[in-house]
Design a protein around this ligand. Structure first.
Ligand code: FAD
Length: 393
């Protein structure tokens, strides 16, 4: 069988490598004109994701620069109000949460796919999909077409595959938060820290960590009730963003103001999720990763879930009789888990919206208990394993 994979982010190359394990040859089609491993910010990847990632790449290749995943929380007066400690993760799950640069992760997966002989074609923006007589035909914006026996949509939250196959599917939901972030260096803050410091500031949430190379990786969340229009934020000027963030965090503890001031570039995104998509597959087409079930980033699970999907779907294709049965089994094995994680991420995101002083007082008081409770609740998330050798049928 020949598979068409749309999207060469995280899920795409991992899916192609998983399909190769079960004898399906894939070609990856990516909209971007070329690989750009310097693009994007950073993301958390937890044991459940790392344990799958190890199947595809040597972790050393991704962990050339990283920050730990332990989190210390502070209130707007810089008082420590909670900690999520990952100390037991290594012995319990075999890996420990880290933050990595998105480009390094994407690049390592793409190279692993290419080295395994999987072609990656750039400049291929999917426009439409046709399914007829056991064949999937896709057309791209450059006028070319491709044919295959199956198609896996790995094209992210604003998936063109999802729109083509399910034109009436709900659009991603705006969660009421914007996220900004970037990389900065400060002369007096170069030693890798033992944790990410997250501050519930007076009017916004701010997190930063110092990476193994001495770079500060930071992000902030801004509560904004109405969704920006698509691409509205793309052209935001650096000076405008610095001004907006400086005003938002003006009463919050240092080094927040210095980090913002010294930032040489700032990315800004609205945060969306897809709480529920009824169908993930139709005939010979199946969605995985953010295309099927995007989650808000507050518990750092989007990339890990996308990686989990790849191995489970390959296992279903290996063991089920026919593609429809495989895709249906895949959705039934995955949907409850991803929906629960999406709900939990929303809940955590809601604690970042700006409460009044009265609410702040109780949040600061209760957060240590809340954090301990949430950390215990992550066991079923981090402990997820795919038993590759188990036959599904
Ligand atoms: C601000 C922010 C912070 C995040 N933080 C975290 C975190 O800490 N931890 C975490 O696990 N996750 C995080 N995520 C989510 C994570 O980035 C995604 O869950 C993950 O990238 C999903 O992988 P994917 O392969 O499904 O999609 P993507 O990585 O988005 O890849 C999709 C690919 O498809 C391509 N594409 C799009 N349209 C087309 C088309 N029409 N034709 C061809 N190709 C196309 C894109 O160019 C892209 O390369 C965060 C997301 C955001 C926005």
């Amino acid at each position: 069988m020949k598979a068409i994979i749309i999207g060469c982010g995280i899920a795409g190359p991992a899916m192609a490598l998983a399909l190769q394990k079960v004898g399906v040859q894939a070609v990856i089609y990516e909209a971007r004109e070329a690989a750009d491993d310097a693009q994007g910010a950073f993301l958390g990847i937890s044991p459940n994701g790392l344990n799958i990632l190890k199947e595809y790449v040597a972790l050393d290749e991704v962990l050339t620069d990283y920050t730990p995943g332990r989190i210390r929380f502070f209130n707007a007066r810089n008082k420590a109000i909670g900690v999520i400690d990952n100390a037991g993760q290594l012995s319990r799950y075999g890996s420990e949460t880290v933050q990595v640069k998105r480009g390094l992760l994407n690049g390592a997966l793409r190279r692993a796919a290419q080295e395994a002989g999987i072609p990656v074609e750039f400049g291929k923006r999917l426009l439409s999909i046709g399914q007829r007589e056991g064949t999937v035909t896709v057309s791209f914006a450059d006028g070319s077409i491709a044919e295959g026996d199956l198609l896996i949509g790995c094209d992210g939250i604003h998936s063109a595959v999802r729109r083509a196959v399910f034109p009436n599917a709900p659009e991603p939901e705006y969660t009421g938060l914007l996220s900004t972030g970037g990389f900065t260096r400060l002369d007096d803050l170069t030693l890798p820290a033992d944790a990410i410091r997250m501050t519930f500031g007076e009017r916004g949430f701010f997190g930063y960590a110092v990476s193994t190379s001495g770079e500060i990786w930071w992000f902030n969340n801004i509560a904004q009730a109405t969704a920006p229009r698509r691409h509205e934020l793309d052209q935001s000027e650096l000076a405008y963003l610095k001004g907006r963030l400086t005003a938002l965090h003006k009463n919050d503890p240092e080094p927040i103001a210095s980090i913002i001031e010294r930032a040489h570039s700032i990315e800004i995104y609205p945060i969306y999720d897809i709480p529920f998509l009824d169908q993930w597959h139709q005939d010979r087409v199946c969605l995985i990763g953010d295309a099927a079930h995007a989650t808000a980033p507050h518990i750092g699970q989007g990339a890990s879930l996308a990686l989990e999907d790849t191995l489970v779907l390959a296992q279903c294709i290996r063991d089920c009789a026919g593609l429809q049965a495989a895709f249906a089994r895949f959705q039934s094995l995955r949907q409850a888990r991803v929906q629960a994680i999406i709900r939990q991420a929303r809940k955590v995101g809601d604690t970042k919206t700006v409460p009044n002083r009265f609410q702040q007082f109780f949040r600061d008081l209760l957060l240590p208990f809340f954090v301990r409770l949430e950390a215990r609740k992550m066991d079923w998330v981090y402990g997820y394993r795919v038993d590759w050798h188990r036959k599904l049928i």
